[in-house]
Design a protein. Structure first.
Length: 402
């Protein structure tokens, strides 16, 4: 038991109430296990919302962080730094991209992507080409530009005038995209798998069709891979499953394995429109973050880790489908790799929060995605016994709700 002088009640007294955290306070993590203030153990299938790609307290990440902590913490972008350059080279060597811009979060990576797309169109085609098309139910972050771009009114309403020139179309509906796109469109932004709104993958023909429409109208295609990138889906980036190449890609969640960092990747001819002084950030490309992300990259981008993602998915898929049938609770188990969405059947759809609460009581941390989907986004190196135990605890939780 930790000798703590703070409790969950302090959250309600001191923190701006934009969150509604669980009733327990985690204090320690190891691999895919977490312990709370009372010493109770949990299997963590949330991965800090698809972030802790190598679980908790991975020794190689601790070492990378410690080593860098003794050298240089922060230096600003008035100077460049070795970890940032090393990480940039790795990202470029293994993707479509020629250039990287580092940020601290997913929203900032998208903010950079959207600003770059507008600047590129402005420079090449003039000031009337600024329209952005996004998908309904999409999520792109919480800055003003990214909530305006995201396709969920509940996140963008009530903050004054919307940013002009953004429209939203139904996801996976190529005809709707074709009707919306024009020569005034500067960019289309899509998640290859819609994460926050329910772990919904794009259809192959949809992404191929959108790519062709963007080319026809000289619009840039932005893939928001903040959630799907860095091994989460079993490939380094989700676009690699589809073989549809974006012009700009954003990534963040998995990139630092829990240390805050984001990145925007793009092609040379586009990157040149972010010339010196046009955009920037104080912390982006911070040496501590990049040192950790370098290590994350090396471990994730290995045949062994990516094969483990596929094997773990098979195990989860079978177990979750079995539970789904036994309790008539899941209509579908979807997503790719270790981004898993369990779609609740109508009779369970009002009980998402109850399931998550009951799971916590059994010692299991789970996520929600959209109103009716349980989301699992565990460590990419989760051990088989933790998968088995986690699924067992899920079943116990469900059986208590019957
Ligand atoms: C989480 C997420 C973001 C926002 O990232 P933050 O780091 O919270 O700013 C943007 N896009 C997608 C697809 C995400 O899943």
């Amino acid at each position: 038991m930790t000798n703590s002088s703070v409790t969950r009640a302090d959250f309600d007294n001191y923190i701006v109430p934009v969150y509604s955290p669980a009733s327990f306070i985690p204090v320690k993590g190891q691999g895919s296990k977490v312990w709370d203030q009372q010493g109770k153990e949990y299997i963590d299938l949330t991965g800090g919302i698809a972030v802790n790609v190598l679980g908790h307290s991975h020794p190689a990440l601790i070492e990378a962080l410690n080593e860098q902590a003794h050298k240089l913490w922060h230096i600003s972008n008035v100077f460049t730094n070795e970890p940032a350059l090393q990480l940039a080279k790795k990202l470029i060597e293994h993707t479509f991209a020629d250039r990287v811009f580092f940020s601290n979060s997913g929203a900032e990576a998208n903010e950079a992507a959207l600003k770059l797309a507008r600047r590129y169109a402005y420079d090449l085609y003039g000031e009337q080409k600024y329209e952005i098309i996004s998908a309904l139910n999409s999520f792109h972050g919480r800055t003003y530009f990214t909530v305006s771009t995201g396709g969920q009114a509940k996140y963008s309403k009530g903050f004054g005038p919307r940013i002009e020139g953004i429209s939203h179309v139904p996801y996976n509906d190529l005809a709707a995209m074709e009707a919306a796109i024009s020569d005034k469109t500067c960019a289309v932004i899509l998640e290859p798998i819609q994460g926050e709104s329910g772990v919904l993958p794009a259809d192959q023909a949809y992404l191929e069709g959108v790519r062709a429409l963007c080319d026809k109208h000289n619009a840039l295609l932005i893939f928001d891979e903040v959630q799907t990138g860095m091994g989460r889906t079993g490939k380094l980036f989700a676009y690699m499953h589809y073989n549809v190449i974006p012009d700009i890609l954003s990534n963040a969640k998995c990139l630092g394995g829990g240390f805050p960092i984001g990145a925007m990747l793009t092609k040379e001819h586009i990157a040149q429109h972010f010339s010196t002084g046009v955009h920037g950030t104080t912390f982006g490309g911070n040496p501590l973050a990049c040192a950790v992300a370098n290590k994350v990259f090396d471990i994730v981008n290995s045949a062994e880790t990516l094969a483990h993602v596929a094997q773990s998915r098979t195990l989860f898929q079978q177990a979750l489908e079995t539970i789904g049938k036994t309790y008539n609770i899941f209509s579908e188990v979807r997503g790719k790799g270790l981004l898993i969405g369990c779609v609740l059947t109508p009779q369970w759809q009002e009980r998402t929060a109850d399931i998550i609460k009951a799971a916590a009581e059994e010692g299991l941390m789970l996520l929600q995605a959209g109103p009716h989907v349980l989301r699992l986004a565990p460590s990419l190196i989760i051990e088989e016994q933790d998968i088995i135990e986690g699924v067992k605890r899920l079943e116990q939780a469900i059986s208590k709700l019957l």
